[in-house]
Write a protein that binds this ligand. Structure first.
Ligand code: A2P
Length: 338
């Protein structure tokens, strides 16, 4: 019989944690035992895995004894605090937060793009930011063929990227607004219902937000190229699930929309949805609960010599988080690293 693994999900009661468990089940990941971990607030709660209710355990320093793989998604500070205890126990950590992404020795992996980097791991593999993952899945084939010089990207990010509280905020604020009640602002920095917030994560000294800088730092690391210039504007939008991105790329070599369409029609995990005459283009509502990265509106940027515009949509909780993390765990098995 092939080997089965004890898998912990840290942050199992959260929006991403729930999807991690669903993805483990859906992908038939060989789980011997699932250990859901969360904070003291979740004591007494259960999660559903393979039709069974499993009691949530409170995360502590001794949580990792006997655990082969731990998927972390409880915030960066929790990863920083508890991942070292996991590593001490020989547990392999797949971390969905930004806690370790920029450390030189820690691989940052999107399996369709740089799976081989997993082989360099020393206990932790970082899962990139949701917006970066879907963008590089679409751009890696273009970079290999045409060498990307510069990326300009604007994101339209759903509230689920900010966790369960933000999902409830959009629901409550929308209800109150439509009922002509006074809107009580939820967990985001402003009302999100019927609004757009050009502010995700903290502001940095250069005027960008950290979310925007993540797209720069992480794209360079995943594509192994410090020469790619990236400028991002990240915006929270009143959509529950799936992030959308308007992406403009400038390449070294001459590029055409037709060639990009041909390349992306064969690219792993990419689904081309590009028939404007039939009103066919990717939309967040159609990408919900799907693992793929949907690309459309591919057209020449007529304002520069070698440029392309496109529209990229994917479910931020799946390819942007849980699905990518489980794919990394599957690669660990494939590469015989666990
Ligand atoms: P809990 O539900 O017990 O607060 P989301 O991103 O959807 O907000 O989810 C965050 C996840 O991280 C939840 O599962 C939450 O558990 C978990 N979490 C937050 N703080 C801690 C902590 N101090 N220890 C363990 N898990 C935590």
């Amino acid at each position: 019989m092939s080997k089965e693994y004890v898998v912990a999900v840290v942050g199992a009661t959260g929006a991403v944690g729930e999807e991690m468990m669903k993805t483990l089940e859906k992908n038939k990941f060989p789980v011997k035992e699932l250990i859901p971990l969360a904070s003291k607030r979740s004591e007494g709660k259960t999660v559903l895995f393979k039709g069974k209710k499993i009691p949530v355990k409170v995360l502590n320093e001794d949580s990792f004894k006997g655990i082969d793989i731990a998927l972390f998604s409880a915030g960066g500070s929790i990863s920083k605090q508890y991942a070292p205890f996991a590593i001490e126990e020989g547990t392999i950590v797949i971390d969905n937060t930004s806690a370790f992404r920029y450390e030189k020795d820690i691989p940052l992996v999107v399996p369709e793009v740089n799976a081989e980097d997993i082989k360099q791991h020393k206990g932790i593999i970082a899962n990139p930011n949701c917006s970066t993952i879907q963008m590089v899945v679409a751009l890696a084939p273009i970079h290999r063929e045409f060498t990307i010089k510069r990326i300009l990207v604007s994101t339209y990010q759903s509230v689920s990227g900010a966790g369960r509280k933000a999902i409830f905020s959009l629901q409550n604020e929308a209800k109150q607004h439509l009922n002509h009640e006074e809107v009580e602002q939820g967990s985001l920095s402003h009302q999100i219902a019927f609004n757009l917030i050009p502010h995700i994560d903290v502001f940095m000294d250069n005027g960008y937000t950290k979310e925007e800088m993540k797209m720069d730092w992480e794209t360079k690391k995943i594509l192994h190229s410090d020469d790619i210039a990236v400028s991002a504007t990240c915006v929270r939008v009143p959509v529950f699930r799936a992030h959308s991105e308007a992406v403009n790329v400038e390449t070294e070599k001459p590029i055409t929309a037709a060639k990009v369409k041909e390349l992306l029609s064969k690219a792993p995990l990419v689904v081309l949805q590009d028939d404007p005459h039939e009103n066919l283009y990717p939309m967040p509502i159609k990408a919900e609960n799907k693992n793929e990265v949907f690309v459309g509106r591919i057209r020449q940027d007529e304002s520069i010599k070698n440029g392309i515009n496109m529209w990229v949509v994917s479910d931020n909780l799946l390819k942007g988080a849980a699905f990518n993390a489980v794919q990394i765990a599957e690669k660990l098995i494939e590469f015989k690293l666990v």
